[in-house]
Design a protein around this ligand. Structure first.
Ligand code: KIV
Ligand code: ZN
Length: 513
C-alpha cells in the first residue's frame, strides 16, 4: 500500500455527481467540465458509466480522446458486458484509462439487491477484476456499501481482488452512514488483516447523508488511504459526495496536522464551482464552505475591523488561494475589448475568439443599460451566451404588456429547428403569459415545478436572474437565464430548461446503478 504523502484526487463529478437530481449533462457540457478538471489537475476523473446510455458512452469516449492531463475512469458493474463497453470508450486514453468495477459486499445489498451468497460475490468480483486487467493494469475495484459490510468478509473480498489485479481498492460509504472514528477502525482493520494490502492503493468514496463525507474522508487519510473520491460542490446521489474543494482546502490549510499533499491547483476551485453551477443550474448555498457567496464575507463590525487590521484574525485562507478575486467593480460602457478579455481571463474563462466576440457584444449592450458592470454580470453573460448556448429552441424577441388594468399579454417570437414562429397569448400575469406562449410554440408538455427570480447584483438596474425547474416523463431539469428585464430573464430560463430537457432524452436508457 502506497505510504507516500500524496493524496490522489479522484473526481467523480461527471459520474456520481451527475446522478444528483437535475444534474444530468450532455456530452459538450461534460467536456467543458472535463477541461476544467484538467486545469484543476485532479489525478483521475471518472467520466461516466459507459453502459448506462449512449450519451454516457460518447462522453467517456470523447473525454478519453481529448483530455491528456489526468487518468480517465469509467464505471462498470462486475460483469463482462459492462467492462467491455467501458473499455471500448476508455481505450483512447491508453494507459491513462482506468476501469472501475464494483459489486456490493454488505449483507443487506447481497441479500436483497444481488440475491447472491458471499462466495458468489467473491467469485464475481475476482472474475470482473481479471477480465478488466486483461485490458489494462489500471483497474480499480469498489466494494459497494463497504462501510456497512462485515469486516472479515470485506477483508476477504479486498484480498481476493488485489490478487486478481486491482491496483486501487475503494472502500465506499455508499449510504453516508459511518462516522470518523468508526471509519478509521474499518481502514485500520483492512490494513492489519489483508495480507497483500501493500500491493494496492486504498481509496475512499464517502456520501454525505449525515454531513460527514469530508470528515470521514480526512479520517480515512489519517488511517492510511491515499486516494479520495469527491465531486465539485459535493454534488452526487442524495445528499451528495465528499466535496472536492472542502477536502482539498482542509489538506492545504491544516498542513500542520495533515502533512499530505494533493496535486490540485486550488486557484481553479472557484471557477470550477461556478462552471458546474451554470451548467447544471444547481447553485451552492450562500454559507457553503469554500465556494459559497458568504464564505469570505465578514458581516459583523468587529470581524470587519479585525480583518482590516490583519486578515488572519478571521480568515484561515485567502480568497485568492481558491481563485476568487474580489475586485468587484470592473467595467463600464467605455471599457474596451482588451480590458474585457483580461477580466474574463482573471475570472478563469478561456474563450474562443468567436465566443469572446459574442460576449463582448452582449457586454456592450448591457453597459448601455447599466452604469457599472460587476464580475457577477460577466459570469451571467458568459453563462447565458456560451455555457447555456441555445440549442433547438431560441428566443428571437418578445414583448409583454401588463399592469393594473391591461390583461397581461406576451408576444413571443422564437426560432425552433431553424423555423421562425410567433404567438401572442394572454395569461394571469406577465410571466404566466410568457411561459404559455413559449409552451405553445415549443409544443411542450413539461410541467413547471419551481420558479424563482433574484437580482445578480445590487441596485435597481441590476440584471435579473431567473431559475426554473421543469419535469417531463419523470425527467427533471433546471434552466437559468439573466437579463436586465426580469420577464426576459424568465423567458430565457424557461427556454434553457426546455433545451436541456431535449438534450437529456437519451440519458440512462440502458442501465442504472
Ligand atoms: O457510492 C458508491 O458506492 C458508488 C460506487 C459505485 C463507487 O458510487
Ligand atoms: Zn457513490
Amino acid at each position: 500500500m502506497s505510504q507516500d504523502n500524496v493524496i490522489r484526487i479522484f473526481d467523480t463529478t461527471l459520474r456520481d455527481g451527475e446522478q444528483a437530481p437535475s444534474a444530468s449533462m450532455n456530452v459538450d457540457e461534460k467536456l467543458r467540465i472535463a477541461h476544467q478538471l484538467e486545469k484543476l489537475n485532479v489525478d483521475i476523473m471518472e467520466a461516466g458509466f459507459p453502459i448506462a446510455s449512449d450519451g454516457d458512452f460518447e462522453a467517456v469516449k470523447k473525454i478519453a480522446q481529448t483530455i491528456k492531463g489526468c487518468e480517465i475512469a469509467g464505471l462498470c458493474r462486475a460483469n463482462f458486458k459492462d467492462i467491455d463497453r467501458a473499455w471500448d470508450a476508455l481505450q483512447y486514453a491508453g494507459d491513462r484509462g482506468r476501469i472501475h468495477t464494483f459489486i456490493a459486499t454488505s449483507d443487506v445489498h447481497m441479500q436483497y439487491k444481488l440475491k447472491m451468497s458471499e462466495d458468489e460475490v467473491v467469485e464475481r468480483a475476482v472474475a470482473a477484476v481479471r477480465h478488466a486487467a486483461a485490458y489494462t493494469p489500471n483497474v480499480e475495484f469498489s466494494a459497494e456499501d463497504a462501510a456497512r459490510s462485515r469486516l472479515p468478509f470485506l477483508a476477504r473480498v479486498v484480498e481476493a481482488v488485489i490478487d486478481a489485479g486491482a491496483r486501487t481498492v475503494n472502500i465506499p460509504d455508499t449510504v453516508g452512514y459511518t462516522i470518523p472514528s468508526e471509519f478509521i477502525k474499518i481502514i485500520t482493520y483492512l490494513r492489519e488483516n489483508v495480507p497483500n494490502i501493500e500491493r494496492t492503493i486504498l481509496s475512499v468514496h464517502c456520501h454525505n447523508d449525515l454531513g460527514l463525507a469530508v470528515a470521514n474522508s480526512l479520517a480515512a487519510i489519517e488511517a492510511g488511504v491515499r486516494q479520495v473520491e469527491c465531486t465539485i460542490n459535493g454534488i452526487g446521489e442524495r445528499a451528495g459526495n465528499c466535496s472536492m474543494e472542502e477536502v482539498v482546502m482542509a489538506l492545504n490549510v491544516r498542513q500542520d496536522i495533515l502533512p499530505y499533499k494533493t496535486n490540485v491547483d486550488t486557484r481553479h476551485i472557484y471557477p470550477s464551482s461556478k462552471l458546474l453551477s451554470s451548467i447544471t443550474g444547481i447553485m451552492v448555498q450562500p454559507n457553503k464552505a469554500i465556494v459559497g457567496a458568504n464564505a469570505f464575507a465578514h458581516e459583523a463590525g468587529i470581524h470587519q475591523h479585525g480583518v482590516m487590521m490583519e486578515k488572519s484574525t478571521y480568515e484561515i485562507m485567502t480568497p485568492e488561494s481558491i481563485g476568487l478575486h474580489q475586485n468587484k467593480l470592473v467595467l463600464g460602457k467605455h471599457s474596451g475589448r482588451h480590458a474585457f478579455n483580461q477580466r474574463l481571463e482573471s475570472l478563469g474563462y478561456e474563450l474562443k475568439p468567436e465566443d469572446l466576440e459574442k460576449t463582448f457584444v452582449r457586454f456592450k449592450a448591457l453597459a448601455d443599460q447599466k452604469k457599472e458592470i460587476f464580475d457577477e454580470d460577466l459570469d451571467a453573460i458568459v453563462a447565458d451566451e456560451i455555457i447555456r448556448a441555445p440549442e433547438k429552441f431560441k428566443l428571437i424577441q418578445m414583448n409583454v404588456t401588463s399592469g393594473s388594468f391591461a390583461a397581461p399579454t406576451a408576444t413571443v417570437e422564437m426560432e425552433i429547428n431553424n423555423k421562425i414562429s410567433k404567438v401572442a397569448i394572454i395569461g394571469d400575469g406577465p410571466v404566466d403569459a410568457t411561459f404559455k406562449a413559449i409552451k405553445k410554440l415549443v409544443k411542450s408538455k413539461a410541467k413547471l415545478l419551481h420558479f424563482a427570480v433574484g437580482a445578480i447584483t445590487g441596485g435597481t438596474d441590476a440584471q435579473g436572474e431567473c431559475t426554473v425547474r421543469i419535469e417531463e416523463n419523470g425527467r427533471e431539469v433546471i434552466g437559468q437565464g439573466a437579463h436586465p428585464d426580469i420577464i426576459v430573464a424568465s423567458a430565457k430560463a424557461y427556454i434553457n430548461a426546455l433545451n436541456r430537457l431535449e438534450t437529456r432524452k437519451d440519458t440512462r436508457q440502458h442501465a442504472t446503478l
